[in-house]
Write a protein that binds this ligand. Structure first.
Ligand SMILES: Nc1ncnc2c1ncn2[C@@H]1O[C@H](COP(=O)(O)OP(=O)(O)OP(=O)(O)O)[C@@H](O)[C@H]1O
Ligand SMILES: [Mg+2]
Length: 350
């Protein structure tokens, strides 16, 4: 039982491999105000390819973040992403939600590369299917092990995880909160350190979702490999700093070729989207995540795709005290897209 009149506004906690992000919002339904905002870095070997190698360090980092920003709220919305998450649009025999809840497990089996007992399954009816008597359903399967890892970390940090979301859907909620959903096709991209989340919305509904294990780590890996740099130096170079004894021209060449690789992945996914859904081209691209801060990444993405690419502003439609948060948001705001999408969720949501 909730305390009378008290509405819980959980924190959105995006546990990324490079930064843990915290966002708390007051309000509801596209009328939000920013209450808490913060980030804490994680060393490179703590979360690798989405797998938590050192949960103790993650717990410590979360505690540090909560203490620094004097967060009193225990309720938290967290998320998972990457290869442990399967999102698919499938066609099933039309039935009621209750019937579907019973049978989805059997339906799902053929679409999931893991044992059905190892995943948590959720679904959402999208509408009538292409064939008579069928329904289109969005199937979401997440490895239990992954959920348990992240839930346990949140609990050990003293939090109560009330919703476990998926990055790609958080991105969609960030979009709905800040942008006007019109007709047309909008691709939401969030390119972090190890994972790129793609969610393509058609006339306001998710038509294609995919996580690809590609991100900013590609730059650091290539710089370390090609120049024998330490990971610290590679990270500095990626951020545009000059490291003594390094050849600027060669470095620029490596950075440029990694950018081309990442952009090519985006192109491949867009082509796959077009060929599998029979849709027209993507009209608009909104990109977020740390990769947007690498040199001319966004510009190259726009040139190769042949369309305008905008860096997302996850706070565009959120009331912000500029004195308190302005500087931080300007610097790191584009990396908070998932955290904002988590912070708009409320307990009891599905
Ligand atoms: N100023 C900057 N210049 C260049 N790259 C940056 C800058 N700041 C952060 N990055 C890079 O952005 C990435 C982190 O972005 P983000 O916070 O979106 O990822 P994450 O959520 O921690 O990772 P993931 O979700 O993939 O586990 C890292 O690869 C980091 O090196
Ligand atoms: Mg991330």
């Amino acid at each position: 039982m909730l305390f009378f009149g008290k509405k819980i506004e959980p924190i959105g906690l995006d546990i990324g491999s490079t930064y843990i992000k915290l966002v708390q919002l007051k309000g509801s339904d596209r009328h939000y105000q920013l209450v808490k905002y913060g980030m804490v870095p994680l060393p490179p070997e703590v979360i690798v390819e989405g797998a938590v190698m050192d949960s103790g360090r993650v717990v410590e980092a979360i505690k540090e973040l909560l203490a620094k920003h004097k967060v009193k709220t225990k309720e938290a919305v967290i998320s998972v992403s990457g290869s442990a998450v399967i999102i698919k649009r499938i066609a099933v025999t039309d039935m009621t939600d209750e019937e579907l809840a019973e049978s989805i497990k059997w339906e799902a089996e053929q679409y999931i590369p893991f044992s059905i007992d190892d995943v948590n399954i959720d679904f959402q009816k999208l509408g009538p299917g292409a064939m008579e008597g069928q329904a289109d359903v969005l199937l979401v399967a997440v490895k239990k092990e992954k959920i348990n890892d992240y839930v346990n970390i949140a609990k050990e940090a003293g939090l109560e995880p009330v919703v476990v979301d998926v990055d790609a859907f958080a991105l969609e909620n960030m979009y709905e909160t800040n942008y006007d959903m019109g007709a047309g096709t909008v691709a939401l991209l969030n390119i972090g350190a190890s994972v790129m989340n793609i969610n393509i919305l058609k006339d306001g509904l998710s038509a294609f979702t995919r996580d690809i294990t590609v991100g900013g780590n590609r730059y650091t890996d290539a710089l370390q490999k090609d120049f024998g740099m330490t990971s610290e130096d590679a990270e500095r170079v990626k951020r545009g700093e000059i490291v003594e004894g390094s050849d600027q021209e060669q470095i620029a060449g490596v950075v440029a070729s990694v950018t081309e690789d990442i952009v090519a992945e985006v192109q491949r996914s867009f082509e796959f989207f077009r060929s599998t859904t029979g849709s027209d081209k993507v009209d608009q691209v909104l990109v977020s995540g740390g990769c947007t801060r690498v040199g001319n990444f966004t510009q190259v993405l726009s040139e190769r795709l042949g369309m305008s690419v905008e860096i997302a502003n996850p706070f565009q439609n959120i009331k912000v005290d500029a004195k308190k948060f302005g500087a931080a948001l300007l610097e790191t705001g584009a990396m908070a897209a998932v955290a904002v999408g988590l912070a708009v969720r409320r307990q009891g949501d599905r």
